[in-house]
Design a protein around this ligand. Structure first.
Ligand code: SAM
Length: 244
């Protein structure tokens, strides 16, 4: 999958996109991530990319011309690209969005700075606006890194254990169950006996129960969509009764 990231700070991507799983996926040719310095597309002597907002007010706005020139240059090479703007005003970037975007061949991600980008960028070029949550970041770079990382997990071959994207939190509409590894006891805390039992059916049942309990505790909104069996609905009712 091809990513083109438009940014004023390409050096920020060193590390998150050049280490570990993303690095290996790039080495295997599963990901092709290109960074574009927006300042290179400013045509004036001082390479200015921002200006004061019409109507007054605080902060600066990213100018339309350098963005338009950069997007058009990238699109010449990426005719199928879906163009995404990072912005707190966008649709929430969640597990469903990551899965959906993983189906694309080419994605362009625009990283805003200052008060954001001139609205005409959105009107002329942007297919989707995405927000990583109800917070305001200083720039779109961290949002873009997060999006690339989350999307990459759904590209076949990127994860060492292909099933983990499905059993991880949100994969089945629930938060994930808790994990343990050796030692079996640490500072008086023992690993739940069922996980040492070797009984795979009981382990799966325990994990499902724990996933439902955790989801009820911190993200009860997810349970509205979760696909639960009759037995699981009874567990949920028990947990709800205990939490009242
Ligand atoms: N004035 C904007 C507002 O209130 O909606 C915030 C601008 S923010 C300081 C600068 C840039 O950071 C944005 O243009 C966007 O690219 C990025 N950004 C900030 N918060 C974000 C979020 N929650 N999701 C995605 N991108 C975000």
């Amino acid at each position: 999958m091809k990513f083109d990231i438009l940014t004023l700070f390409p050096a920020m991507f060193e590390g998150p996109l050049t280490e570990s799983i993303i690095r290996r996926a790039t080495d295997k040719g599963l990901l092709d991530i290109r960074l574009h310095q927006l300042r290179d597309y400013a045509t004036d002597r001082h390479k200015v990319v921002d200006d004061a907002p019409y109507g007054g007010g605080d902060g600066m706005v990213m100018k339309v011309e350098p963005l338009a020139a950069c997007i058009e240059a990238v699109k010449a090479d990426r005719p199928k690209a879906r163009i995404i703007l990072t912005t707190p005003r966008g649709r929430l970037f969640d597990d469903a969005a990551a899965r959906e975007l993983a189906g694309e061949e080419e994605l362009v991600i625009i990283c805003g700075r200052y008060e954001g980008v001139d609205e005409r960028v959105r009107e002329l070029f942007v297919d989707d606006e995405f927000s990583i949550g109800d917070v305001v970041l200083t720039g779109g770079e961290l949002a873009a890194m997060m999006m690339v990382d989350a999307i990459a997990r759904f590209i076949p071959g990127v994860l060492g254990s292909p099933g983990s994207a499905e059993t991880d939190s949100f994969g089945n509409g629930l938060l994930e169950y808790p994990h343990y590894t050796r030692p079996a006891e640490f500072r008086g805390l023992a690993v739940p006996g069922v996980l040492l039992s070797g009984n795979h059916a009981e382990v799966a049942r325990w994990r499902r129960r724990k996933a439902i309990e955790k989801t009820l505790q911190v993200r009860p909104d997810l349970l509205r969509q979760a696909d639960l069996t009759d037995e699981e609905r009874r567990w949920l009712a028990e947990f709800e009764a205990c939490s009242r």
